[in-house]
Design a binder for this molecule. Sequence first.
Ligand code: SF4
Ligand code: SF4
Length: 269
Amino acid sequence: MANGPLEIKAISAHRGGTPGRDVARDYDVCKLRETTFDNTYQTMPDTAWNYWNLIRFNEHENDDGTISWLMRKDQCMHCADPGCLAACPAEGAIVQYQNGIVDFNQEHCIGCQYCVTGCPFNIPKFNTKTKKVYKCTLCSDRVGAGLEPACIKSCPTGCLHFGSKEDMKQLAESRVTQLKEHTSYANAGVYDPDGVGGTHVIYVLHDARNPEHYGGLPSNPTVPFFVKMWKGPLKWIGGMGMALGIVGVFFHHLRYGSKDIDKEEEKRP
Ligand code: SF4
Ligand code: SF4
């Protein structure tokens, strides 16, 4: 993913071209949350409307009885084919930039939560007070100013990397090769699922055959069928129905003319 000035690629429920970026935003989303403790290394049970980036702790028992700790950074995956954007009926509430970032603009959000059902990763979270939905923006403001996202900047172990999709894919594949050649992780692989056109957040997994073991990462995420229908054939059929209705009214008027109003009938109480 490239950083630098953001160029819009797609806008929810928008028919025209792609105008310049609207930077309006509800900055109230960054209030602090209290952590919880459940006798594991898990800090929070889940992401929330004001908690967008969670390290999921997973203790997995292997076939040979040994235990593996499978940590995963859970956040918006910035899908190439985002189900949230396809489902959103409010123009400009969700924007996809050319660099791959999928961003929510709460100024235009009507709080319908269709994006919640459209997302195969359970990411957008509703705030009952503001009646808006929020999620990770991949620090679009920082990236737009030529900086890397804050999570990448603050990671002390160099576990996270940021760059163009091509560069990151290459880096991930080289890490997979390294794991296969120098460790016992013969099934290591890159998580970049085709079902959503690939993602702009990708993982190197020790065991790419079972992404579910990493805190419920779906093995084959897809944009829900009803969302594809709603933006595809159903929308087209609805438009056709409306057009046919107007044509029908026109021909009815041509054939029967205006309805005469019974003046006496009209005067009756
Ligand atoms: S992970 Fe969900 S919220 Fe993020 S871009 Fe994909 S569909 Fe949208
Ligand atoms: S709740 Fe989600 S789908 Fe509805 S308008 Fe807001 S961003 Fe769009």
